[in-house]
Design a protein around this ligand. Structure first.
Ligand SMILES: [Zn+2]
Length: 119
């Protein structure tokens, strides 16, 4: 890795960290339309398997899935929060890739230096 590439990666990392630090509102999970069954004894919709479509947020945690009812009211906000989470995790992944590249380059440079010393 040459000095320019190293500088480019460091700049990229600084930008990503800055973006990441600005994201406060995020939630991990998926917004899905669930077909709920109601409590009415003779509901035609439930009998026909149609159910009652309801927006929920599902969050898996330690092998368990939690369901949070959203309704129309909180749908937009939940979508925004989950999209923020996806974006933030992409940035974390990219920072990790940059750091890996820097780590590998650092190891390579150390080898070059020790070669140069002629041991
Ligand atoms: Zn029903």
């Amino acid at each position: 890795m040459d000095a320019n590439e190293r500088r480019r990666l460091l700049r990229r990392r600084r930008l990503l960290v800055k973006r990441l630090a600005a994201v406060e509102e995020f939630v991990r999970g998926s917004v899905v339309l669930m077909k709920r069954k109601c409590v009415r004894a003779r509901c035609r919709r439930c009998a026909e398997g149609e159910g009652h479509p309801t927006w929920v947020l599902t969050v898996s945690e330690a092998g368990k899935t939690r369901t949070v009812y959203l309704g129309e009211k909180r749908l937009a906000e939940a979508r925004r929060l989950t999209a923020n989470y996806r974006r933030a995790s992409e940035w974390v992944e990219e920072i990790a890739r940059v750091n890996l590249a820097l780590l590998k380059a650092g190891a390579a440079e150390t080898e070059e230096q020790s070669d140069g010393e002629g041991r």
